[in-house]
Design a protein around this ligand. Structure first.
Ligand SMILES: [Zn+2]
Length: 86
């Protein structure tokens, strides 16, 4: 599932990620909450060496895409998520 198209690249989709946040699947930009993701200027781009965003580490290989269950558990289920085209 994804929330919006990334404002910073041509192909990216902003998806829920664990640790819980939103991340572009193409450029790796991170927003802390769905509300933040509506604002380009609230973005963080995790960078070496600590890969920190939203007070947590988003090091490559340490994140995974969140599921609908994760999103609902976080209270984010009401946002206008797009389901994957199948
Ligand atoms: Zn992007």
């Amino acid at each position: 599932m994804w929330l919006r198209e990334c404002p910073f690249d041509d192909q990216g989709l902003v998806r829920p990620v664990l640790p819980l946040a939103l991340m572009c699947d193409t450029c790796g930009s991170v927003w802390c909450t769905p509300a933040d993701a509506a604002h380009e200027d609230r973005v963080t781009v995790p960078e070496a060496p600590d890969w920190t965003a939203c007070g947590r580490s988003f090091a490559p290989g340490s994140t995974s895409w969140a599921t609908r269950e994760d999103v609902d558990k976080a209270g984010w289920g009401e946002h206008p998520w797009h389901e994957e085209a199948s």
